[in-house]
Design a protein around this ligand. Structure first.
Ligand code: SAM
Ligand code: PRE
Length: 245
């Protein structure tokens, strides 16, 4: 097995005295396809439909952004769906380990749309001439104080008729939260995670993944400059929105 091959996610299999805060380091990058598939209900559909949405909304001569692109799953889904002329897909992630592996996957792919992968902070990187931007399972890791500014930057860079695809883990009222959390953990168990793995992962993300309600997301997207927001998908506690400028 070469160093670039994906591996199964065993990160939380052994008991840890102090579970460290979750980061997107080399160990996570190596197991990421397995981790996200087994952790996020509806992940495969969200990636595939991000491609379908990109196919409809891509405008000739524009940029398509995949912000927090990790291994470039959405970058590649977009690349295979876009038919508009002279588009460029820009994938940005501030984890070196993720971008290094994303470069490997993109090099193996033979579609012709230009792809530019950058290791950078999406809060700092200038965005321009965007027809489609994907922000899939990323905003939840951004400091809540900086979320509006990021969405305003995306909206300002978005061409008229352009879109943002925003996918997130959602927060609910107390009663629904209990039901959704049980179902999410059942989903993880059905995918082979043990109670220990589920509990340790939960501790690891507690202070770094801060989910918000659907209402908070929709209100902020509108405040940022998007005129219409549609929830096009939800599977348990994960949802995806289409925000149209
Ligand atoms: C859950 S993963 C995203 C999954 C990916 N969008 C997909 O659909 O496969 C979150 C990613 O966001 C990246 N990230 C978090 N904060 C970031 C920031 N400020 N700038 C750039 N990337 C960031 C992390 O490094 C990580 O790769
Ligand atoms: O594992 C969880 O409970 C999650 O919330 C899933 C989640 C995510 O939403 O990004 C958390 C971290 C990993 O990147 C993969 C999946």
């Amino acid at each position: 097995m070469s160093d670039i091959d994906d591996q199964p996610d065993r990160i939380y299999q052994t008991p840890q005295d102090n579970v460290a805060d979750f980061t997107f380091d080399a160990a996570v990058a190596r197991v990421f396809p397995d981790m996200i598939k087994r952790s996020v209900p509806g992940y495969a559909e969200t990636v595939a439909m991000s491609g379908v949405i990109a196919g409809r909304y891509a405008q000739p001569g524009s940029n398509l952004y995949d912000l927090g692109c990790s291994l470039g799953a959405v970058t590649l889904a977009m690349r295979h769906a876009v038919t508009a002329a002279d588009c460029r897909i820009v994938g940005i992630d501030n984890s070196e380990s993720m971008i290094e592996r994303a470069r490997h996957y993109v090099a193996l792919d033979d579609a012709s749309v230009a792809v530019d992968l950058r290791c950078a902070d999406i809060l700092q990187e200038p965005l321009t001439h965007a027809s489609v931007t994907a922000l899939n399972f990323v905003l939840q890791f951004i400091d809540p104080q900086q979320r509006l500014q990021l969405l305003q930057n995306i909206a300002a860079a978005t061409l008229p008729g352009g879109v943002l695809i925003l996918s997130e883990k959602l927060q609910f009222d107390e009663q629904e939260q209990a039901i959704q959390t049980d179902l999410h953990h059942d989903f993880k168990r059905a995918n082979g995670y043990s109670d220990l793995e589920i509990a340790q992962k939960r501790s690891a993300i507690e202070n770094v993944l801060i989910p918000e309600s659907e209402g908070a997301h929709i209100e902020r997207l509108q405040q940022a400059g998007f005129s219409r927001v549609i929830r096009w998908y939800q599977c348990f506690n994960f949802a995806s929105f289409l925000a149209i400028k």
